[in-house]
Design a protein around this ligand. Structure first.
Ligand SMILES: [Zn+2]
Length: 178
């Protein structure tokens, strides 16, 4: 399981601060609800594609002695299951639905996957905004306009990782998860 946490907004700052800042404590196991604090159980690395750069970032992993399951603490500029960093991911979506040509090196196929996935996730996003913002929110019928309105709402929350963490904490999955 993944837990999103706000750290520095850029992978390089996150990497620099990783070894000097205090580690996160998890006092209740999200799997079995044991109240015994989880043990810090090593660090693994994952890739983050940050526009033109790729970073390998360290990730804390915590272990529950009662159920044997683990929790990874991901910085909120990551989307669980995606290597694309959150701001970059959103920028690609925004450019696609607004028909802004992209010059980055991301493979065409990779982009298509992202756009299709977003379309599949729109209903959950609508549910989120109706629950957390306004139950009477109306969205356009046409998928393309609906996508743009949803992205505008994501950006209106402030920095994208604020929205992404709130969404994750609410649904226990990322806004682009299956
Ligand atoms: Zn547990």
């Amino acid at each position: 399981m993944v837990h999103l946490e706000h750290f520095s907004g850029h992978p390089l700052d996150y990497i620099t601060e990783f070894h000097i800042s205090a580690k996160i404590h998890i006092d209740i196991c999200p799997h079995c609800y044991s109240r015994q604090r989880l043990h810090l159980h090593g660090v693994y690395h994952r890739h983050v594609i940050w526009y033109e750069d790729v970073f390998s970032i360290p990730v804390q992993r915590h272990y529950c002695i009662h159920c044997g399951k683990t929790v990874s603490i991901l910085p909120s500029f990551c989307h669980p299951g995606f290597q694309l960093a959150l701001p970059f991911l959103l920028e690609l979506l925004w450019a696609f639905f607004n028909r802004i040509p992209l010059t980055d090196a991301l493979a065409h196929q990779h982009r298509r996957f992202i756009f299709k996935r977003f379309l599949l996730c729109m209903n959950r996003l609508i549910e989120y905004f109706r629950i957390c913002h306004d139950p009477l929110l109306v969205f356009p019928d046409f998928w393309h306009k609906k996508a743009i309105k949803l992205l505008e709402m994501v950006y209106s929350v402030g920095k994208p990782h604020i929205f992404a963490k709130r969404f994750y904490d609410h649904f226990k999955k990322g806004f682009m998860a299956h």
